[in-house]
Design a protein around this ligand. Structure first.
Ligand code: FAD
Length: 468
């Protein structure tokens, strides 16, 4: 049995960010990762001249933590913006309709882009514009507004058509979730704040756009690296002492501490004064249960969804559509299509495909098709290829086809999430030395994972120093 000041469980971006902060503060630690690879959901494959991000493909500029970490790691000069045009499309009646430029999730920041909103009917556009005159919900003017689903918020402010064609495929779609269950407050507090402060979301977006002419959004809101997104976890790992990064070690049990005892599937036991769990909620639950039964049950109560990503490459000449943009989403109400969304990877990012080829990826699963992952690869490829053929006019065989499965990878921050999290935090406050981070708990994107991982690393390092 070995003893260490801090054990980090999980080598995704959350765990690596925690480890980075521990190392910076010269705090002894080990990071235990069950697979033979660091980075968790961030994974890049390089196959035959194609650069394929198998999971996430972008860092967002709106939340600064991930970009700031890249700058600290000396990666700032290697960050790349998306290619222009950055147009995103929504499918309606079997055709692709562009979202107006300057809109946020399809919500226009001005009346000009509202008029250009060809996705919505005239009646739908009128109702969307009426948001400017729709009074805020009374409870939303209080400091602690009553929680609402994305669907309820959007219907109230923007009408049914905007809910079906914008909120459902865009806001709920990026979480592979259900628009009638996901929490507007937990996922999009910016909209709630806009209503509370300005009385109208459109008015607030218009003011923000006018106030920030040099905003990073002018290069688009997304960044990656020429070599793919795993540049970030690879660089983080390279900054850490190799002997502290233990891959192929699965933690199977955690017993109350401090010192905490960590049992592993591979045999070696570790004890630690501090433990940072940086795992999905379903993997956190059995470990948390070993420390506090109620904590374990709360973690087990989170829901999640699974997605399959099918990556296909074609000769450019085989695709009739000009692919001038980043891709499209498919509203749930749109009949006859199985995919929820597709990214035109080679149009979105430079250098992802050899000359004369295009690289596309389609998403299946989520709450729309919960059983998608049970299907064999060949079915998933056929389904995505069929939908892309119909929408983009593709002829001939793909030169590359890959399926990536992400079981239980999308945490569902449904209504009730903030209350559950508050209870978890109050139990953790009574459990010295144990911290829980990861996308389900502290924010679903890479930036939030980085911020929370670093904060946990800092807190553990401070506690170790003050105990010395
Ligand atoms: C398809 C997809 C696309 C996405 N796109 C984006 C995007 O473009 N931009 C963005 O910001 N976010 C995106 N996200 C979200 C983002 O990828 C995740 O929120 C983030 O990567 C989660 O990091 P994490 O470290 O919390 O968890 P993970 O990446 O899941 O890491 C957890 C690690 O813990 C390990 N582990 C599990 N159990 C144990 C155990 N018992 N013992 C030891 N190790 C264990 C796992 O092997 C894994 O390596 C996307 C997510 C998905 C699924």
């Amino acid at each position: 049995m070995s003893h260490v000041a801090v054990a980090v469980v999980g080598g995704g971006i959350s765990g690596l960010a925690a480890a980075y902060e521990l190392h910076r503060r010269k705090t002894p630690f080990v990071l235990l990762e069950k697979s033979d690879r660091l980075g968790g959901m961030i994974r890049t494959d390089r196959i035959g001249g194609f650069t394929i991000d198998a999971g996430p493909d972008s860092l967002v500029t709106q939340k600064p933590a991930a970009i700031a970490l890249c700058e600290e790691l000396g990666l700032a000069g290697r960050l790349i913006p998306t290619r222009v045009p950055r147009t995103a499309y929504v499918v309606r009646d079997g055709a692709l309709h562009p979202l107006p430029g300057g809109s946020v999730f399809g919500i226009p920041a001005g009346l000009g882009s509202l008029a250009a909103h060809r996705l919505l009917s005239r009646r739908g556009r009128l109702r969307l514009g009426l948001e400017l005159l729709t009074p805020p919900k009374r409870s939303h003017q209080q400091r602690e507004p009553e929680e609402e689903t994305i669907g309820a918020f959007f219907r109230r402010r923007f009408g049914t058509e905007a809910t079906e064609y914008l909120a459902e495929p865009l806001l709920a779609g990026i979480h592979s979730g259900d628009v009638e269950r996901l929490s507007m407050h937990a996922l999009f507090p910016r909209f709630i704040e806009a209503e509370r402060k300005h009385g109208s979301v459109i008015r607030a977006f218009r003011r923000t756009a006018a106030a920030r002419p040099d905003a990073p959004e002018h290069q688009g809101p997304f960044r990656s690296f020429a070599e793919g997104l795993d540049t970030l976890p690879r660089s983080l790992a390279a900054h850490l002492p190799a002997d502290a990064l233990r891959q192929g070690i699965e933690v199977t049990r955690l017993t109350a501490g401090p010192p905490y005892a960590l049992k592993t599937a591979q045999g070696p036991r570790v004890t630690a004064d501090h433990v940072i769990c940086a795992l999905p909620a379903h993997a956190t639950a059995p470990l948390a249960a070993g420390v506090d039964d109620r904590l374990g049950r709360l973690c087990a109560g989170f829901s999640d969804t699974s997605v399959a990503i099918v990556v296909l490459a074609f000769p450019r000449a085989a695709v009739a559509h000009p692919l001038r943009g980043s891709g499209f989403v498919v509203p749930r109400v749109e009949p006859g299509l199985s995919i929820a969304a597709a990214t035109w990877i080679s149009s979105k990012w430079p250098g992802r495909a050899p000359d004369g080829h295009v690289l596309l990826r389609g998403f299946l699963g989520g709450t729309r098709r919960p059983d998608a992952l049970a299907e064999p690869d060949a079915n998933l490829i056929d389904t995505v290829r069929g939908d892309l053929t119909r929408l983009l006019g593709i002829h001939g065989e793909p030169v590359l086809a890959r399926v990536y499965r992400w079981p239980r990878a999308n945490p569902q921050l449904n209504v009730g999430h903030p209350a559950r999290l508050a209870e978890i935090d109050s139990l953790l406050a009574r459990t010295p030395g144990l911290q829980i981070v990861g996308a389900a708990f502290r924010g679903v994107g890479i930036a939030d994972c980085v911020a929370a991982g670093r904060a946990a690393g800092r807190a553990a390092a401070d506690a170790v120093r003050s105990a010395a």
